[in-house]
Structures are given as C-alpha cells and as structure tokens.
Write a protein that binds this ligand. Structure first.
Ligand code: NDP
Ligand code: GDR
Length: 351
C-alpha cells in the first residue's frame, strides 16, 4: 500500500521511533523526525533508514521543551499524523530529574497539541500520545482502559498529565487525539539501561568472558513484555480509526525480572539456580557454581511498580491488533542480537 501522507515523529532516534519510521516509510509516508542536538551521533537506530529512503525521510533539530521550535516544525511539515514518542523515558532516572521529566513528558505533549491548535490544523492533523502502563502504578492486575491510574513515579505523574491533556484536546476541540497505553515493549534496539536489554547484553558479555556478574535491583517485579515491532503497528492502527479512542496494547502475559534472567541464560545453555533472599540473593550457574547474578540496591527505586499485566481485549476487538512475538521469542531475539554484536565487535560491556 502506498500513501502520500505526511507523518511527524518525535522521539525518532529512540527504540519505537526507529520501528515506527520503518513501518511508515514502508507504507509510503513522508516521515519527518525530530532529533535532539547531541555532542555525538544519536541516529544509530535510523541511519540505515535515512540511507534507504533519502527522499521520504527527513530529520529536523528540535526539543519538546522548546515551544517555538515545535510550532515551527509543525508549521513547516503540515503533518497528517503526529506521533509523540519523545520522552525522558526512564522511570528510575525520573526520580533524579523530576522537573525535567515533567517539562518534557507532561508539557511537551501540551506544546505539540497547542501548535496543532494554534496553526489551525485540528481538522487535518491526527495525534498519537505515547502513554504508558506506568500510569496504572499500584492498581492491581490485570489492567485495562478502565483501570484507575495510580502513578508511582515522577515519570508516571508527568505521563498522567499528558494522558489527560490529550483526552481534553480531543473533547474540547474535536481533535483526533488518542492515547496508546502501552505495556513494556522491548527489542534488540531497546536502550541499554532498561532491564531486558541490560540482561541480554550481560548474558552475551558473560558468555564471551567480558563480564563476570550481572547486578540488578528488584527481581520480583513483574512486567507484561512484548516486542516493539508489534506495538508500533498498533500505534498506526489507532490513527487510522474514524473515531479517536484510547487503547491498551499488551500481550496479556506477565513475567518477573527473575524469569527474564533465567530465560536469557538458557539461551547460552546456562541454568541459573537462586540462593538467598532480598539483597543477599544470587544467581548461580548450576554447572560451575559461579555467581553470575547479584543484587545491587542502587538499582532499587524509591517507589516500585510491582505487577503490570495488560488486558488488550479492546485493541483486539476494535483495532484487530494482537502481538505476534511472545516472551520466549523476544528473549531469544534479544540475546541472539547481543551475542552477534559482540562477535562483530560492536557490543559495549559497560552495564
Ligand atoms: P526511548 O528512550 O528509546 O526514546 C526516547 C526518545 O525521546 C529518544 O529519541 C530521545 O532522544 C527523545 N527525547 C527525549 N527527551 C526529549 C526532548 N526533551 N525533546 C525531544 N526528544 C526527546 O523510548 P522508547 O522508544 O522506548 O519509548 C517511546 C515512547 O513511548 C516514550 O514516550 C516512552 O515514555 C513511551 N513508552 C515506552 C514503552 C516501552 O516499553 N518502550 C511503554 C510505554 C510507553 P535522544 O535519542 O536524543 O535521547
Ligand atoms: P520500566 O522498565 O520501569 O517498567 O519502564 P525497566 O526495564 O527500567 O524496569 C522494569 C522492572 O525491572 C526492575 N529492575 C531493573 N530495572 C532497570 N532498569 N535496571 C535494573 O538493574 C533493574 N533491576 C530490576 C525495575 O525495578 C522495574 O520493576 C519501561 C520504560 O520503557 C517506560 O518508559 C515505559 O513507560 C514502561 O516501561 C511501560
């Protein structure tokens, strides 16, 4: 299918930005991405796409904390669809950078919505807000679109504002604005300090003899982990609906961090057995007796979200969306990619 539509994607250099760009470019969209200025290159995830689609794919320097810049980019690009993926997206980091996180994650979407409104584009431009399962926080599982929000971090509190301002602009100005309430989604492109990628990289590095031990925080936390490639498809489907609505995207299966560790080590034929409890817990290689996993309380959070498990029924019914990659396939793909990166000499081992 080919289209002459124009999409503006913030957060283009992130994990989801790369998968979404690939999807939209493949559908024939002209894609404009917002890139932050950085002292060294931050376009690794999209460099291949920039080469492959030189006429369809263009980057603009920008930052969600800069209203006039957002206004200019929206004016210049006149997008049919805006995907607001940009965020300070790390929950633990948000406790240390609470004000900055609020500025980017709460006021950033407001700035974009205001740009669309002030430029008279409310009829033309559809808006996707990257909302999150972190909004549910301590609400017991399973969580759906009707579950009360109980945010547990500055990140989640900022995203709560973004969620409601998106609903508000939909209701107040009739905008086609939707929230995707996405549960955790991962991939080989996942940032290196999120737990899944930290684990997959460590497993590859331990196998290669480049790392001794993987240090983690709370291993009891449970998450509903899917693959980013599946989730960007759901984002796009939301903006193709006649009526804007909010949707949970999830797999419907939750696993603990500990289970992710076990599955990842199985990929290199290592069986982990656990000893001790709490801060004393260690993961031992059942064959060699070596300690491969240990707890470092530095990775504990001031407040934790213990159990996220999504109910994606509405997305299945209305969007005809379902995940294709399950937990085991996700772990296999991530560990394989990090093993290959190490073999090719591009794997960093600084976790
Ligand atoms: P990443 O952390 O991989 O990417 C975040 C992107 O936002 C990067 O491109 C980053 O740029 C950019 N960015 C950060 N701050 C600013 C700013 N002030 N102005 C402009 N751009 C900025 O996140 P993901 O791709 O994983 O997630 C995409 C979105 O979805 C985020 O909003 C996240 O909060 C949300 N989300 C993610 C989920 C997940 O499991 N992945 C689940 C639910 C929601 P740079 O590369 O320069 O740092
Ligand atoms: P999360 O993802 O906080 O769910 O936010 P993350 O991978 O950071 O943590 C998941 C769980 O693992 C526990 N954990 C650790 N986490 C990290 N990062 N590092 C560790 O060493 C570690 N040890 C244990 C955490 O405590 C937590 O319980 C992600 C982000 O992508 C958000 O932007 C998004 O909104 C949500 O997912 C849905």
């Amino acid at each position: 299918m080919s289209t002459s539509k124009v999409a503006l994607v913030t957060g283009i250099t992130g994990q989801d930005g790369a998968y979404l760009a690939e999807l939209l470019l493949g559908k024939g969209y002209a894609v404009h991405g917002v890139q932050r200025r950085a002292s060294s290159s931050n376009t690794d995830r999209i460099d291949a796409l920039l080469k492959e689609y030189p006429d369809q794919f263009q980057l603009h320097y920008g930052d969600l904390t800069d209203s006039s810049n957002m206004m200019r980019i929206v004016q210049e690009t006149q997008p049919d669809e805006v995907y607001n993926l940009a965020a300070q997206s790390h929950v633990q980091v948000s406790f240390e950078t609470a004000e900055y996180t609020a500025n980017t994650d709460a006021l950033g979407p407001l700035r974009l919505l205001e740009a669309i409104r002030i430029l008279g584009l409310t009829e033309k431009t559809r808006f996707y807000q990257a909302s999150t399962s972190e909004l549910f926080g301590s609400s017991p599982p399973p969580q759906s679109e009707t579950t009360p929000f109980q945010p547990q971090s500055p990140y989640a509190a900022a995203k709560l504002y973004a969620y409601w301002i998106t609903v508000n602009y939909r209701e107040a100005y009739g905008m086609h604005a939707s929230n995707g309430i996405l549960f955790n989604h991962e991939s080989p492109l996942r940032g290196e300090n999120f737990v899944t990628r930290k684990i997959s990289r460590a497993v590859a590095a331990i196998e290669a003899g480049k790392q001794d031990t993987l240090f983690l925080g709370n291993m009891d936390a449970k998450r509903d982990w899917g693959h980013a490639r599946d989730y960007v498809e759901g984002m796009w489907r939301m903006l193709q609906l006649d009526e804007p609505q909010d949707f949970v995207l999830a797999t419907g299966v939750a696993r603990s961090v500990r289970e992710f560790v076990e599955a990842a080590f199985r990929e290199i034929d290592v069986e982990i057995t656990w000893q001790g409890k709490g801060e004393q817990e260690t993961g031992i290689d059942a064959k060699t007796g070596k300690t491969l996993v240990a707890v470092d309380p530095r990775f504990y959070r001031p407040a934790e979200v213990h159990h996220l498990l999504g109910d994606p029924s509405r997305a299945f019914q209305v969007l005809d969306w379902k995940h294709h990659t399950n937990f085991d396939q996700l772990v296999t793909e991530m560990v394989a990619a990090d093993r290959q990166a190490l073999q090719e000499g591009s794997g960093k081992t600084d976790s």
